[in-house]
Design a protein around this ligand. Structure first.
Ligand code: CO
Length: 134
């Protein structure tokens, strides 16, 4: 059911500093940071040949990343995003298999303008999983 690894998201305190580390130390191509107030993050993308790394800095008081950074002050891997062809059929299959969907179960428009869902980390080896309709 799942296809490509769309991105690995890393929560960071300072997206400019994290971008510089990827650019200067690892020689990666990194996009300019962009603020997404509706998602509570400022994001920059490290473009790799086979996937992307999404660097997420909290934006605003209700940022979904803020609590994670309180627990992980150095930052850390926040979620993996896999592509699916049909997000509603993926969701229904997961629910039938006993997996839990976060929130109200309805896909939301994600940081790339495509429908996304998040799956409970306890059902996937302690890893928050995002599904994005490709
Ligand atoms: Co993501």
């Amino acid at each position: 059911m799942i296809g490509r690894l769309n991105h690995v998201a890393i929560a960071v305190k300072d997206v400019a500093a994290a971008s510089a580390h990827y650019r200067d130390r690892l020689g990666a191509e990194v996009s300019s940071p962009s603020s997404l107030p509706e998602h509570g993050v400022t994001v920059a993308f490290v473009e790799l040949p086979n996937t992307k790394i999404e660097l997420l800095e909290p934006l605003g008081a209700d940022s979904p990343i803020a609590r994670f950074l309180e627990k992980n002050p150095d930052g850390g891997m926040h979620h993996l995003c896999y592509e699916v062809d049909d997000i509603l059929s993926a969701r229904d299959r997961l629910i039938a298999a006993g997996a839990r969907i976060l929130g109200d179960g309805a896909p939301k428009i994600g940081a790339h303008g495509k429908p996304v869902l998040f799956l409970h980390p306890k059902d996937f080896s302690g890893t928050l999983v995002e599904l994005e309709q490709a």
